[in-house]
Design a protein. Structure first.
Length: 425
């Protein structure tokens, strides 16, 4: 693989579409050559429902991307999420004819391929198969290759999706003149882009809060233990504000992003947000504390669902922290609310990459976590095609590097800097 090989990724979300072109330099770090984001159309809760509208949004995003670079890449890595995603656990065993011989990579790969033969519900297909651990003659081990034994059992986490939804994504990509190289579950991509090696080993939950859904991945001992889709996201919070305050959606989104907080105790009842013209008899007013209460109620539902799913994975007592990413993760005081609600440490996950034009490391905002993780998965595909050893298992340690994580559950910052804000009619 040449160091100037490029990777292209597209994150098709409910509220946004993000496209990136990047490459891996000689030092093994991803460089983002170009990136572009547009509003999404035709997508609901992560599922492409209108192929025409979604294709138009993707083309619009690509047009903006291509204005930044002359690089053109036909093969693309695309993220997949949504309420149609499910997962299951399964295992398979083999009896080895020669127990004195060491277990080979070929034997392990054959066991994993056998997982594609499991019975599925009509309309389902397998998206990803993730090896969790192995049992050799009754002894659990993390790695089987190189060991000896007569009976080998592999345990796997299998991600499933609806064939119709997958077909819709493929149709959108092909309409834009691209070829779908690989579909990757979005929370796993975000995990690769934001989690440290230490977090993955100690036990961590990655929560990607999107517009339509919140996607959760539970990892322990550097292994995926569970993936879940929670059918609530930032769009529901926007709708709550819209209906309770009786304002248009656009204004509700603006108010949420500019003045919203996830903790009503940190908001001020004296801070006033006016909808319409100040002094107008028809102008509506809401306090910062009321706004924060609306947001906190919905966010607590999401956090409680996360806590339930973590316990459901069977690793609830081993998870040490929660890493938050995605567009809605940037809301004020969300890490503090997660800490209060779950008792677990929390931080915001930022993907650290190199921006080619600047030539120095830079943190992209959390809305880009999935796109960066997709490019990392694309790099794994390039490595595999070149016949080199797989490197993804070492990510993001060597790719992201060690980063200082701030203590985000300490001092509460002031939520509002002014006493009154006017949202014009």
């Amino acid at each position: 693989m040449e160091k100037n090989d490029y990777i292209m990724s597209i994150d098709i979300g409910t509220t946004k579409i993000v496209a990136m072109i990047g490459r891996v330099n000689a030092h093994g770090r991803i460089e983002v050559v170009a990136q572009h984001r547009v509003d999404s159309q035709g997508v609901w809760r992560g599922i492409v429902e209108n192929i025409d509208d979604a294709s138009y949004s993707i083309k619009d995003c690509l047009d903006g991307l291509y204005k930044q670079t002359d690089v053109r890449q036909r093969n693309v890595i695309v993220g997949i999420a949504g309420s149609h995603i499910s997962s299951t656990q399964n295992n398979t065993s083999i009896l080895r004819a020669n127990s004195s011989a060491t277990i080979t990579e070929g034997e392990v790969l054959k066991m994993q391929r056998d997982m594609y033969k499991i019975a599925l519900k009509p309309g389902q297909e397998i998206l990803q198969i993730l090896a969790q651990d192995y049992v050799i003659d009754g002894e659990p081990v993390a790695k089987a290759v190189g060991r000896r034994g007569s009976k080998l059992t592999g345990n796997y986490h299998i991600v499933l999706g609806e064939t119709a939804s997958i077909s819709n994504i493929r149709a959108c990509v092909e309409r834009c003149g691209l070829a779908l190289k690989k579909l990757v579950l979005e929370p796993l991509a975000s995990a690769d882009a934001t989690l440290t090696k230490e977090e993955r080993e100690a036990g961590v939950a990655l929560l990607d809060i999107g517009g339509g859904t919140s996607d959760l991945a539970v990892l322990y001992q550097n292994t995926v233990r569970g993936t879940y889709v929670i059918p609530c996201g930032g769009e529901l919070i926007t709708n709550d504000i819209r209906h309770i305050c009786n304002i248009p959606r656009r204004k509700a989104e603006l108010v949420k992003c500019r003045f919203g907080s996830c903790l009503s105790d940190c908001a001020s009842a004296d801070q006033k947000i006016v909808f319409g013209k100040a002094g107008d008899s028809e102008a509506r007013l809401v306090t910062g504390k009321t706004l924060a209460g609306i947001i906190q109620d919905r966010m607590e539902q999401i956090i409680d669902s996360v806590r339930y799913r973590i316990n459901e994975s069977g690793y609830g007592d081993r998870i040490q922290s929660i890493v938050l990413t995605g567009g809605s993760s940037q809301m004020r005081h969300l890490p503090q609310l997660v800490k209060l609600r779950t008792g677990l440490d929390a931080r915001i996950g930022y993907p650290t990459v190199l921006v080619a034009a600047e030539g120095k490391p830079r943190d992209l905002d959390p809305t880009k976590s999935t796109s960066v993780g997709l490019m990392m998965s694309g790099y794994e595909e390039m490595v595999a095609a070149a016949g080199q050893p797989a490197l993804l298992q070492h990510l993001p340690g060597w790719l992201i590097g060690k980063r200082l994580v701030k203590n985000i559950v300490g001092r509460f910052d002031r939520v509002f800097e002014e006493d009154e804000h006017v949202i014009p009619s």
